[in-house]
Design a protein. Structure first.
Length: 79
């Protein structure tokens, strides 16, 4: 999974948002991506890991760049 995410991020200049239903998978993937991204090419945030809070997520995904969706409304408080 991490290799697909890294490839997708490379193709989209880092503009991806991945949702996980398993905290263990989130943590494993986060650590793999951080290891592979030695040059810090991407901003990698994982909620609940190394201060990946909701407010940090909001700060790094400006409203004008985010696609409007039910996810935005429910989890980010955007309309």
């Amino acid at each position: 999974m991490a290799d697909f995410i890294y490839h997708a991020a490379s193709v989209t200049d880092g503009r991806v948002l991945i949702l996980f239903t398993s905290f263990d998978m989130l943590a494993d993937t986060y650590h793999m991506l951080r290891e592979w991204d030695e040059m810090n090419s991407f901003t990698i945030i994982a909620q609940g890991i190394h201060s990946g809070s909701k407010s940090k997520l909001l700060k790094n995904v400006p409203a004008e760049q985010a696609h409007h969706s039910a996810w935005d409304e429910r989890f980010l408080g955007r309309n």
